[in-house]
Ligand binder design. Structure first.
Ligand SMILES: NC(=O)c1ccc[n+]([C@@H]2O[C@H](COP(=O)([O-])OP(=O)(O)OC[C@H]3O[C@@H](n4cnc5c(N)ncnc54)[C@H](O)[C@@H]3O)[C@@H](O)[C@H]2O)c1
Length: 260
Protein backbone atom coordinates (compact mmCIF):
# COMPACT_ATOMS: atom_id res chain seq x y z
CA UNK A 1 0.00 0.00 0.00
CA UNK A 2 1.46 3.36 -0.98
CA UNK A 3 1.82 6.28 1.39
CA UNK A 4 -1.08 8.80 1.60
CA UNK A 5 -0.11 12.11 -0.02
CA UNK A 6 0.49 14.99 2.34
CA UNK A 7 1.18 18.67 2.04
CA UNK A 8 4.43 19.50 3.89
CA UNK A 9 3.07 23.00 4.55
CA UNK A 10 0.05 21.61 6.37
CA UNK A 11 0.23 19.88 9.72
CA UNK A 12 -3.30 18.61 10.38
CA UNK A 13 -6.08 16.92 8.41
CA UNK A 14 -7.03 18.22 4.97
CA UNK A 15 -9.77 20.88 4.60
CA UNK A 16 -13.19 19.22 4.52
CA UNK A 17 -12.03 16.28 6.65
CA UNK A 18 -14.47 15.17 9.35
CA UNK A 19 -13.06 14.90 12.86
CA UNK A 20 -14.96 14.02 16.06
CA UNK A 21 -13.53 15.26 19.37
CA UNK A 22 -14.60 13.84 22.74
CA UNK A 23 -13.80 16.40 25.46
CA UNK A 24 -13.74 19.25 22.94
CA UNK A 25 -15.07 21.73 25.52
CA UNK A 26 -12.07 21.35 27.83
CA UNK A 27 -8.95 23.49 27.93
CA UNK A 28 -6.97 21.48 25.39
CA UNK A 29 -10.13 20.58 23.48
CA UNK A 30 -11.17 24.19 22.86
CA UNK A 31 -7.71 25.09 21.53
CA UNK A 32 -7.76 22.02 19.27
CA UNK A 33 -11.29 22.64 17.97
CA UNK A 34 -10.43 26.27 17.16
CA UNK A 35 -7.37 25.16 15.16
CA UNK A 36 -9.35 22.50 13.28
CA UNK A 37 -12.12 24.96 12.40
CA UNK A 38 -9.56 27.59 11.31
CA UNK A 39 -8.01 25.10 8.91
CA UNK A 40 -11.32 24.14 7.27
CA UNK A 41 -11.92 20.83 9.05
CA UNK A 42 -15.51 19.82 9.90
CA UNK A 43 -15.74 19.15 13.63
CA UNK A 44 -18.18 17.34 15.91
CA UNK A 45 -17.66 17.87 19.65
CA UNK A 46 -18.96 15.22 22.05
CA UNK A 47 -18.86 16.20 25.70
CA UNK A 48 -20.56 16.07 29.09
CA UNK A 49 -23.71 18.27 29.25
CA UNK A 50 -22.15 20.47 31.98
CA UNK A 51 -19.05 21.10 29.84
CA UNK A 52 -21.14 21.88 26.74
CA UNK A 53 -23.14 24.39 28.83
CA UNK A 54 -19.96 25.96 30.25
CA UNK A 55 -18.08 26.27 26.94
CA UNK A 56 -20.46 26.06 23.98
CA UNK A 57 -18.48 24.96 20.86
CA UNK A 58 -18.00 27.63 18.19
CA UNK A 59 -20.50 28.30 15.37
CA UNK A 60 -20.52 25.56 12.75
CA UNK A 61 -19.32 22.86 15.13
CA UNK A 62 -21.74 20.01 15.76
CA UNK A 63 -22.28 19.53 19.53
CA UNK A 64 -23.43 16.21 20.98
CA UNK A 65 -23.93 15.20 24.60
CA UNK A 66 -22.08 12.14 25.85
CA UNK A 67 -20.85 10.56 29.04
CA UNK A 68 -17.96 8.54 27.67
CA UNK A 69 -17.80 6.34 30.75
CA UNK A 70 -21.32 4.96 30.18
CA UNK A 71 -21.99 2.38 27.47
CA UNK A 72 -25.62 3.47 26.88
CA UNK A 73 -24.64 7.14 26.47
CA UNK A 74 -21.78 6.29 24.08
CA UNK A 75 -24.06 4.08 21.99
CA UNK A 76 -26.68 6.85 21.77
CA UNK A 77 -24.25 9.65 20.88
CA UNK A 78 -22.34 7.62 18.29
CA UNK A 79 -25.65 6.43 16.81
CA UNK A 80 -26.60 10.07 16.15
CA UNK A 81 -23.10 10.87 14.85
CA UNK A 82 -23.01 7.87 12.49
CA UNK A 83 -26.47 8.60 11.08
CA UNK A 84 -25.14 11.91 9.64
CA UNK A 85 -21.42 11.13 9.40
CA UNK A 86 -21.03 7.41 8.57
CA UNK A 87 -17.35 7.99 7.78
CA UNK A 88 -14.79 9.74 10.00
CA UNK A 89 -11.31 10.91 8.94
CA UNK A 90 -10.15 11.45 12.49
CA UNK A 91 -11.15 10.94 16.10
CA UNK A 92 -9.59 12.54 19.19
CA UNK A 93 -10.42 11.57 22.76
CA UNK A 94 -9.45 14.12 25.42
CA UNK A 95 -11.78 12.80 28.14
CA UNK A 96 -10.12 12.57 31.52
CA UNK A 97 -10.03 14.02 35.01
CA UNK A 98 -8.25 13.64 38.32
CA UNK A 99 -9.73 13.07 41.75
CA UNK A 100 -8.53 11.58 45.06
CA UNK A 101 -5.13 13.07 45.96
CA UNK A 102 -4.27 10.07 48.18
CA UNK A 103 -1.69 7.33 48.56
CA UNK A 104 -3.07 3.97 47.41
CA UNK A 105 -3.24 2.73 51.02
CA UNK A 106 -5.77 5.51 51.79
CA UNK A 107 -7.62 5.68 48.45
CA UNK A 108 -11.32 4.69 48.70
CA UNK A 109 -12.31 1.96 46.24
CA UNK A 110 -15.14 4.15 44.82
CA UNK A 111 -12.64 6.88 43.90
CA UNK A 112 -10.33 4.32 42.28
CA UNK A 113 -13.24 2.97 40.21
CA UNK A 114 -14.44 6.46 39.24
CA UNK A 115 -10.99 7.56 38.05
CA UNK A 116 -10.42 4.33 36.09
CA UNK A 117 -13.89 4.67 34.51
CA UNK A 118 -13.51 8.40 33.73
CA UNK A 119 -10.11 7.96 32.13
CA UNK A 120 -9.66 4.37 30.84
CA UNK A 121 -13.23 3.16 30.29
CA UNK A 122 -14.09 6.33 28.33
CA UNK A 123 -11.20 5.61 25.97
CA UNK A 124 -12.20 1.96 25.48
CA UNK A 125 -15.92 2.69 24.94
CA UNK A 126 -15.44 5.69 22.63
CA UNK A 127 -12.69 4.01 20.57
CA UNK A 128 -14.88 0.95 20.15
CA UNK A 129 -17.69 3.17 18.83
CA UNK A 130 -15.43 5.35 16.64
CA UNK A 131 -13.37 2.59 15.00
CA UNK A 132 -16.09 1.34 12.58
CA UNK A 133 -16.56 4.94 11.32
CA UNK A 134 -12.80 5.38 10.90
CA UNK A 135 -12.42 1.98 9.19
CA UNK A 136 -15.26 2.94 6.82
CA UNK A 137 -12.90 5.51 5.27
CA UNK A 138 -11.03 2.63 3.63
CA UNK A 139 -7.55 3.74 4.81
CA UNK A 140 -5.77 6.87 6.03
CA UNK A 141 -7.88 7.48 9.15
CA UNK A 142 -6.35 8.42 12.51
CA UNK A 143 -7.41 7.92 16.13
CA UNK A 144 -5.67 9.95 18.85
CA UNK A 145 -6.08 9.33 22.58
CA UNK A 146 -4.80 11.69 25.25
CA UNK A 147 -2.86 9.93 28.01
CA UNK A 148 -0.37 11.67 30.35
CA UNK A 149 3.31 11.61 31.30
CA UNK A 150 1.88 10.21 34.53
CA UNK A 151 1.40 6.92 32.64
CA UNK A 152 5.14 6.32 32.99
CA UNK A 153 6.45 9.00 35.37
CA UNK A 154 4.05 8.27 38.25
CA UNK A 155 4.01 10.82 41.05
CA UNK A 156 3.01 10.00 44.67
CA UNK A 157 -0.78 10.17 45.25
CA UNK A 158 -1.49 9.93 41.51
CA UNK A 159 -1.01 6.15 41.17
CA UNK A 160 -4.68 5.46 40.32
CA UNK A 161 -4.67 8.18 37.64
CA UNK A 162 -1.29 6.93 36.37
CA UNK A 163 -2.67 3.39 36.16
CA UNK A 164 -5.63 4.60 34.08
CA UNK A 165 -3.35 6.56 31.74
CA UNK A 166 -0.91 3.62 31.43
CA UNK A 167 -3.97 1.57 30.48
CA UNK A 168 -4.68 4.04 27.67
CA UNK A 169 -1.09 3.69 26.39
CA UNK A 170 -1.52 -0.12 26.31
CA UNK A 171 -4.95 0.18 24.69
CA UNK A 172 -3.42 2.37 21.97
CA UNK A 173 -0.66 -0.18 21.24
CA UNK A 174 -3.16 -3.02 20.89
CA UNK A 175 -5.65 -1.00 18.82
CA UNK A 176 -2.83 0.17 16.51
CA UNK A 177 -1.95 -3.44 15.68
CA UNK A 178 -5.59 -4.52 15.41
CA UNK A 179 -6.59 -1.73 13.00
CA UNK A 180 -3.56 -1.26 10.75
CA UNK A 181 -3.34 -0.39 7.94
CA UNK A 182 -6.87 1.10 7.86
CA UNK A 183 -6.56 3.27 10.98
CA UNK A 184 -3.46 4.56 12.77
CA UNK A 185 -3.84 4.78 16.56
CA UNK A 186 -1.55 6.96 18.69
CA UNK A 187 -1.55 8.86 21.96
CA UNK A 188 -0.37 12.23 23.17
CA UNK A 189 1.09 12.36 26.69
CA UNK A 190 0.95 15.95 27.95
CA UNK A 191 2.86 17.20 30.94
CA UNK A 192 1.24 19.63 33.39
CA UNK A 193 -0.89 22.04 31.32
CA UNK A 194 -2.66 25.20 32.42
CA UNK A 195 -6.34 24.14 32.18
CA UNK A 196 -9.30 23.57 34.50
CA UNK A 197 -8.00 19.99 34.88
CA UNK A 198 -5.68 21.31 37.60
CA UNK A 199 -8.59 22.43 39.79
CA UNK A 200 -10.93 19.47 39.19
CA UNK A 201 -11.81 19.56 35.48
CA UNK A 202 -13.99 21.43 33.01
CA UNK A 203 -17.68 20.85 33.78
CA UNK A 204 -16.83 19.55 37.26
CA UNK A 205 -16.72 21.03 40.74
CA UNK A 206 -13.54 22.91 41.72
CA UNK A 207 -11.87 20.63 44.28
CA UNK A 208 -8.21 21.71 44.12
CA UNK A 209 -6.46 25.04 44.50
CA UNK A 210 -4.36 24.59 41.38
CA UNK A 211 -0.61 24.49 40.93
CA UNK A 212 1.65 27.54 41.01
CA UNK A 213 3.28 28.05 37.62
CA UNK A 214 6.23 29.79 39.30
CA UNK A 215 6.99 26.77 41.48
CA UNK A 216 6.36 24.14 38.79
CA UNK A 217 8.31 26.01 36.07
CA UNK A 218 11.54 25.56 38.05
CA UNK A 219 11.31 21.78 37.37
CA UNK A 220 10.72 22.22 33.65
CA UNK A 221 13.74 22.47 31.31
CA UNK A 222 11.62 24.81 29.12
CA UNK A 223 11.05 26.96 32.27
CA UNK A 224 7.27 27.31 31.97
CA UNK A 225 4.04 25.36 32.32
CA UNK A 226 2.43 24.18 29.07
CA UNK A 227 -0.49 26.14 27.64
CA UNK A 228 -3.32 24.30 25.83
CA UNK A 229 -1.98 25.49 22.45
CA UNK A 230 1.25 23.53 23.12
CA UNK A 231 -0.80 20.32 22.73
CA UNK A 232 -2.51 21.36 19.51
CA UNK A 233 0.50 20.95 17.15
CA UNK A 234 1.29 17.40 18.36
CA UNK A 235 -2.39 16.33 18.06
CA UNK A 236 -2.70 17.85 14.56
CA UNK A 237 0.49 16.03 13.57
CA UNK A 238 -0.83 12.68 14.84
CA UNK A 239 -4.18 13.28 13.09
CA UNK A 240 -2.74 14.32 9.74
CA UNK A 241 -1.04 12.41 6.92
CA UNK A 242 2.35 13.89 7.92
CA UNK A 243 2.53 11.20 10.63
CA UNK A 244 1.42 8.49 8.17
CA UNK A 245 4.05 5.97 9.36
CA UNK A 246 3.67 6.67 13.11
CA UNK A 247 1.49 4.00 14.69
CA UNK A 248 1.00 2.73 18.26
CA UNK A 249 3.17 5.55 19.65
CA UNK A 250 2.77 7.84 22.63
CA UNK A 251 4.19 11.27 21.95
CA UNK A 252 5.31 13.14 25.08
CA UNK A 253 4.88 16.94 25.18
CA UNK A 254 6.10 18.09 28.60
CA UNK A 255 8.92 20.54 27.97
CA UNK A 256 11.52 17.87 28.79
CA UNK A 257 10.54 17.09 32.41
CA UNK A 258 10.42 13.34 31.79
CA UNK A 259 13.04 12.06 29.40
CA UNK A 260 12.66 8.34 28.65
N1 LIG B 1 -4.00 19.62 32.16
C1 LIG B 1 -3.04 18.79 32.51
O1 LIG B 1 -2.13 19.10 33.30
C2 LIG B 1 -3.00 17.40 31.90
C3 LIG B 1 -1.79 16.70 31.95
C4 LIG B 1 -1.72 15.44 31.38
C5 LIG B 1 -2.84 14.88 30.77
N2 LIG B 1 -4.01 15.60 30.76
C6 LIG B 1 -5.15 14.97 30.09
O2 LIG B 1 -5.51 15.79 29.00
C7 LIG B 1 -6.88 15.62 28.68
C8 LIG B 1 -7.55 16.97 28.48
O3 LIG B 1 -7.53 17.64 29.73
P1 LIG B 1 -7.60 19.23 29.92
O4 LIG B 1 -6.32 19.62 30.55
O5 LIG B 1 -8.03 19.90 28.68
O6 LIG B 1 -8.70 19.30 31.06
P2 LIG B 1 -10.22 19.76 31.04
O7 LIG B 1 -10.80 19.33 32.33
O8 LIG B 1 -10.29 21.19 30.68
O9 LIG B 1 -10.84 18.90 29.84
C9 LIG B 1 -11.26 17.55 29.97
C10 LIG B 1 -12.41 17.33 29.02
O10 LIG B 1 -12.84 15.96 29.14
C11 LIG B 1 -14.26 15.95 29.27
N3 LIG B 1 -14.69 14.75 29.97
C12 LIG B 1 -14.36 14.39 31.23
N4 LIG B 1 -14.99 13.25 31.56
C13 LIG B 1 -15.75 12.90 30.47
C14 LIG B 1 -16.64 11.84 30.19
N5 LIG B 1 -16.93 10.90 31.11
N6 LIG B 1 -17.23 11.81 28.99
C15 LIG B 1 -16.97 12.75 28.06
N7 LIG B 1 -16.14 13.79 28.27
C16 LIG B 1 -15.55 13.86 29.47
C17 LIG B 1 -14.57 17.22 30.05
O11 LIG B 1 -15.93 17.56 29.96
C18 LIG B 1 -13.63 18.19 29.36
O12 LIG B 1 -14.19 18.71 28.19
C19 LIG B 1 -7.46 14.76 29.82
O13 LIG B 1 -7.54 13.43 29.38
C20 LIG B 1 -6.42 14.87 30.92
O14 LIG B 1 -6.42 13.72 31.74
C21 LIG B 1 -4.12 16.84 31.31
Amino acid sequence: MSRAAFDPARLGPAPGARVAVVGGCGGMGRALVQALVQTGVEVAVLDLPASLAQHRPPEGVWALEIDGSRADSVERAFGVLAARWPVLDGFVNLAGFFKGFEAIKDLPVEVFDEVIAGNLRTHYLCAKAALPLLRARGGGASLVCVASTMASDVVKRYAHYGAAKAGIVALVKGMARENAPAVRVNALAPGLTDTAFLVGGTGREQIFEGISEEVYAKRVPMKRMAQPIDMVGPILFLLGAASGFVNGETLIADGGVYVQ
